[in-house]
Design a protein around this ligand. Sequence first.
Ligand SMILES: Nc1ncnc2c1ncn2[C@@H]1O[C@H](COP(=O)(O)OP(=O)(O)OP(=O)(O)O)[C@@H](O)[C@H]1O
Length: 259
Amino acid sequence: MITADNLGLEVAGRRLLQKITLELHAGEIVTVIGPNGAGKTTLLRLLLGLTRPTSGTVRRRPGLRLGYMPQRLQIDPSMPMSVARFLQLGQKREKGESRVREAETMAALERVGVAPLADASLAELSGGEMQRVLLARATSRRPHLLVLDEPTQGVDVGGQGEVYRLIATLRDELGCGVLLVSHDLHLVMAATDQVLCINQHICCHGAPEQVSRDPAYLELFGDKVAPYTHQHNHEHDLSGGILPGDACDHGHSHKREGR
Ligand SMILES: Nc1ncnc2c1ncn2[C@@H]1O[C@H](COP(=O)(O)OP(=O)(O)OP(=O)(O)O)[C@@H](O)[C@H]1O
């Protein structure tokens, strides 16, 4: 769907990204990880065509429909506006199309499980509800590629896995590709097809199990993640220790993940 060739961006003499070459394929979930300031959001913007590269090229398949969920909301969430109205902002108003638009809005809200919030005010939403509404907005035009910048921001730890499961369901239902930025390493490694680890350039990429063993990945995140392939056949106490009677038959650390 998108091909980037030797992409780079330099702003005021500062190299923000360099030598990015990648391909995004239909139906795949690709996760971009990297430390703060690594250029993850900048990369999404280049791929979407919102920022122009200073070197290299980006090619998007002609007619490619994109759904983008940015990291920050451009409008003030305390504005007196209903969820349904928010989903329709910026859409072309053509005569006789309002019913179609309303049906699409409701379908998008239903897909992410927040249809009852259609008439609620944006200001009333919890962090988790807001993320779902933003997901509904990004998917309302049935995109070929869904681009999500930190989709679990403001969602409590318990709800984050649910958001990633929802993203996988949306990919299956819409048959779209997904490109997402995430800091939730442990959760996301289990819910993605490909991982792209960047720090101004591509440090490593590939299937999650491949990337999680890569020296470049371990150098960046080695002390922050627990192995994601962890099979739970035992119970932990509150500090992460294994409760008596629950023998652990697979060598792994019980360190908690951190940001
Ligand atoms: N338009 C711009 N002009 C100048 N510098 C920029 C611009 N956009 C981003 N930057 C800088 O580029 C770097 C990468 O920013 P970016 O937001 O892409 O990082 P990120 O990996 O998404 O970070 P985070 O994990 O903190 O969200 C940062 O140092 C940022 O200040």
